[in-house]
Design a binder for this molecule. Structure first.
Ligand code: GLA
Length: 729
């Protein structure tokens, strides 16, 4: 393995090398870090990219004397601060003991190590010593007596560079961190597009590409969770970048709370790009010797378009974020009770659902919301994690045994962070809910948020949840979170500016304890669908329910957007009944199934309501998924269309050795007398023949990749196709 991190003592430059990219920055003559380059692999020193000019109204640091060409307002910064004469958006804002807002960070030391650093209490990319290297560069502010250490992790194979920041108060006085972003990238020139993933409940992660124009474009979440509104992931690309060509970059936050993402183009046509913690309601106190850790950001760069960029991120998440036995294992095909019964079910209902699941070849029954306390609707019961034996017709343990006796696994739904006012827990501990004294709390879905920044609260809920999980052979947990945080106040601290961050640390501590105690349980994250779909959660929960929207056609766009940063194995996707519960759309079963196969695959309906022919079809679909699951979850993924402008949506996965490929396509806009749709494949072995098992014919890979395969001529609305190709050796 070539050297991943090189420090040039003469030129004082740090070069970070991955298989196909290079990242470089330097310590300048005044000890400030200047960013030099991030892009496709490059050799040598790139200090020549810096230009100097006397710019009107730009500040010059004191050490520069009368050198007016020397201004941080124009030089590309590695970690820009407020207070050094750079008037663009800062990454770091420090409130000093005297109340002033200023920081002056200069190089003090650095260290290069084998392997990937970890972050105490926070999720982070992990890797073997041979796969990764880490660099830490310590900066110091003499006046504030604070050290700021920039961390870099390099994963060679997948072109991944990670960043994080650790701040330490080395003085005596209390300081406040008013903004501590995790990553900043300054580009000295270039015209870019910014890609963000916006949305709302049931319509998450819609792809939006726009020019990065002058001014600052800011996205983020101030909701206490990463949110349905914006995903904590952004792309920056050249204006000509496509799926298969052009330079592009990604930033992805390994954190599940509020965040801010900024793309700012300044008057000199330079672009600054940032990601990190939201500074709304954030003012983190640091006393003597205390440290603060900013969550990690995953960066990647591709010189060959978005496909490779996404593939880098997929590999990183699959192999270096997701942990435990389900990292590599194929996930069970499950039948979830939610859309079949919502809150009104009995044990008998669920047992008959289990019979259906078994009969149709599925692996697991999941009992969703409604099994505990007085939870007969969404207005009561949260917090009372005690099984409703009357509803279930016996103990949970006995019920699970019956499910297991049918040859099925059993999974359960929980929402540990929440409480209803109408619950035993709230009546006993009203102060455990986040609420500002003297004010009425904001309700969301008739519930309040428990103060997970408090250990006492977490420990109590943990022991209740453990009692449930100890009741029987539970092999899957759906961890839900169904509202945003509004009332930020904790009884445990005088510094309310740390509560939202401490809340997420508390959540992670809980999840870590849970996965350590129950290593065999597969946890699926969920937040009213995809309201907390981020790399932070994936460190604890190998898969996340992508959206409450199970309509196959809407899902095409939601899954398309999600696929830019997250692998198919992370995307919870189910087949549900038609007309769809949310939008009344009717789509063929085959179509719903093919769309759910671009995810973890499961069902969310009552199969008893179907005809025997339909049940037969489900049997075939489940068997088909099981046949292709290893290819789908381990393969290399390609988007083959634009679901917002094309009349069809197509995608494919190719096995690592390129001997197999699975192509899927759905007609989303049928036309009379339609044009043929040629779907251009990607990632196949060149100059090879592939046998299309689905139609029994051979195809030249080069023609498939340069012209495409015409979709069959029956292009009715919502028709779907799936072709399995095997190479002919
Ligand atoms: C959320 C989830 C759903 C379901 C309900 C239960 O909305 O996203 O899948 O579990 O909660 O209340």
């Amino acid at each position: 393995m070539p050297e991943m991190i090189v420090y040039d003592e003469n030129k004082k430059t740090f070069s970070l090398h991955t298989a196909r990219t290079t990242y470089q920055f330097m310590i300048d003559r005044f000890g400030v870090l200047l960013h030099l380059y991030y892009g496709p692999k490059a050799q040598g020193n790139m200090e020549f990219l810096l230009t100097y000019a006397d710019r009107g109204n730009s500040g010059n640091i004191y050490d520069a004397g009368n050198l007016r060409e020397y201004s941080y307002d124009q030089l590309p910064q590695e970690y820009p601060v407020s207070g050094m004469g750079d008037y663009r958006t800062p990454a770091f804002v420090l409130k000093n003991a005297d109340g002033s807002i200023a920081a002056d960070l200069r190089y003090r030391s650095h260290e290069i190590k084998k392997g990937k650093y970890g972050l105490s209490g926070l999720p982070a990319v992990y890797a073997d010593e041979a796969e990764a290297a880490s660099l830490s560069v310590e900066l110091y502010d003499e006046a504030a007596k604070i050290s700021v250490t920039l961390l870099y992790g390099v994963l060679y194979e997948n072109d991944i560079i990670t960043r994080s920041v650790i701040v330490k108060n080395e003085g005596e006085d209390r300081l406040y961190l008013n903004r501590t972003l995790s990553a900043n990238l300054d580009f000295v020139t270039g015209k870019y597009d910014l890609v963000t993933f916006y949305g709302r409940h049931a319509m998450e992660r819609k792809f939006q590409r726009e020019h990065a124009v002058h001014g600052a474009k800011v996205i983020g979440s101030r909701r206490g969770h990463s949110s349905h509104q914006y995903n904590p992931m952004m792309l920056l690309c050249e204006r000509t970048t496509t799926e298969r060509s052009g330079i592009c970059y990604s930033m992805q936050f390994v954190y599940s709370g509020g965040f801010t993402g900024v793309c700012e183009r300044d008057g000199y046509d330079q672009t600054r790009w940032q990601l990190g913690l939201s500074d709304e309601k954030f003012s983190y106190p640091l006393d003597a010797d205390e440290t603060f850790i900013a969550p990690e950001v995953i960066l990647s760069c591709s010189g060959e378009g978005f496909s490779l960029l996404s593939q880098n991120l997929h590999a990183c998440i699959r192999k270096h974020i997701v942990r435990g036995e389900y990292r590599d294992a194929i996930r069970p095909v499950l039948l979830n009770s939610w859309e079949a019964y919502y809150f009104s079910f009995t044990g008998e209902d669920l047992l008959s659902l289990a019979d259906q699941a078994k009969d149709l070849g599925m692996d697991m029954l999941v009992m969703d919301d409604g099994w505990f306390g007085a939870r007969d609707d969404d207005k009561r019961g949260l917090g009372d994690w005690v099984v409703n034996e009357k509803k279930l017709g016996g103990t949970l343990g006995g019920f699970i045994e019956k499910i297991n006796a049918k040859g099925l696994k059993f999974g359960i739904w929980i929402e540990p962070e929440m409480v209803n006012e109408d619950s035993g827990l709230y009546r006993a501990h009203p102060d455990w809910a986040l609420c500002i004294p003297g004010r009425k709390p904001i309700r969301g879905r008739s519930q309040l948020v428990l103060d997970f920044s408090r250990k006492e609260v977490r420990d109590h809920i943990f022991s209740m949840i453990c009692e449930v999980l100890d009741a029987g052979n539970i092999e899957y947990v759906k961890w839900d979170y169904n509202r945003s945080i509004a009332d930020v106040y904790s009884h445990d601290t005088e510094d309310q500016g740390r509560v939202l961050y401490d809340y997420i640390l508390g959540l992670y501590e809980f999840l870590e304890k849970m996965r350590t105690r129950y290593p065999h349980i597969l946890i699926e994250g969920c937040a009213g669908g995809g309201g907390r779909f981020d790399a932070g959660m994936l460190y604890y929960t190998p898969q996340i329910w992508t959206s409450d929207n199970t309509d196959a056609i809407d899902r095409l766009r939601i899954q398309y957007g999600t696929s830019f940063g997250y692998p198919l194995s992370a995307m919870g996707a189910h087949v549900s009944a038609v007309p769809n519960e949310m939008n009344a759309r009717i789509t063929p079963l085959r179509t719903r199934s093919i769309v759910a196969m671009a995810g973890t695959y499961g069902y969310e309906m009552d199969p008893k309501k179907l005809s025997e022919e339909e049940r037969d079809e489900i049997r075939r679909e489940v068997a088909t998924f099981k046949k292709y699951a290893p290819l789908i979850h381990n393969g290399t993924y390609y988007r083959l269309s634009d679901p917002f402008s094309d009349d069809y949506t197509a995608w494919m996965v190719v096995s690592e050795d390129k001997t197999e490929a699975l192509l899927s396509a759905v007609i989303t806009n049928a036309r009379c007398n339609p044009l043929p749709h040629y779907v251009r494949l990607a990632g196949l072995r060149e100059h090879a023949l592939y046998h299309n098992e689905s139609v029994g014919e051979d195809y030249a890979s080069d023609a498939l990749m340069t012209v495409g395969i015409p979709l069959p001529n029956i292009m009715n609305q919502y028709a779907a196709y799936q072709f399995y190709f095997k190479i002919k050796e």
